[in-house]
Design a protein around this ligand. Structure first.
Ligand SMILES: [Zn+2]
Length: 226
């Protein structure tokens, strides 16, 4: 693996999670399947909503949000009527809910968004919100917290918890820490800056002008070390 693996620009070593369309790094698959078995024994069904995501996929999300083609939500979760005119304000508004291309932990292939498939009502479309975690998925999250606290979660932990960086808490997002650590070690901000300079990236100048701060607020707080 090279530094580009940490940005979702190198897909060697990714494997499909059986029965899904989602991929993870080889080393995270067996622990995930083990965690799924544990969940099953406890009466839950670990359903994957997202796993590996490529740089290009995140770039497409970013660019569509920056140009109003994809709905942009404010801090309260209400859609903006009009996009902020100031590039920096717009950039920070997108960052409330979406990661920078190259800056998403989903590029690592060691991160998954999960829900309890058994608790999803028929026809309901999962949104991945706090309300769902407090509602239909509350028993599942209580169980998951217990597994993490007692180190029975096969190496998985939550990373988007309050008191770290500027990303909102995401209970559904779990990280296979031993595998993620390998990707974190490969993450080279100088290489990412070069990728940005060449990429067809909306709000590029605002991103490059604030690059170090963005790394400090949205990337490094979630690393095991650094
Ligand atoms: Zn996630």
């Amino acid at each position: 693996m090279t530094t580009f693996a940490a940005f979702g620009l190198e897909e060697d070593g990714l494997v499909l999670i059986p029965g899904t369309e989602y991929r993870v790094r080889q080393g995270a698959l067996a622990p995930f399947l083990e965690l799924s078995e544990k969940a099953k024994s406890a009466g839950y069904e670990l359903r994957v909503e997202s796993a590996y995501r490529s740089f290009d996929r995140q770039l497409s999300i970013w660019n569509r949000k920056a140009t109003g083609k994809l709905k942009l939500l404010d801090a309260n979760g209400a859609p903006f009527k009009e996009l902020p005119k100031d590039e920096e304000v717009l950039m920070r508004s997108i960052l409330l809910w979406s990661a920078l291309p190259g800056g998403s932990r989903h590029h690592f292939g060691t991160e998954l968004d999960v829900v309890d498939g058994k608790s999803v009502p028929e026809g309901y479309e999962v949104e991945l919100t706090e309300q769902e975690c407090d509602g239909m998925f509350a028993p599942f999250h209580k169980w998951l917290s217990e597994q993490i606290e007692t180190q029975n979660s096969c190496g998985f932990e939550r990373v988007f918890v309050s008191g770290r960086g500027k990303i909102q808490p995401e209970r559904w997002h779990i990280s296979h820490r031993p595998s993620a650590f390998e990707l974190e070690k490969l993450f080279d901000p100088k290489a990412l800056r070069k990728v940005y300079e060449k990429a067809d990236l909306e709000l590029k100048s605002a991103i490059l002008d604030n690059f170090d701060e963005l790394m400090h607020d949205y990337v490094y707080p979630y690393f095991v070390e650094k």
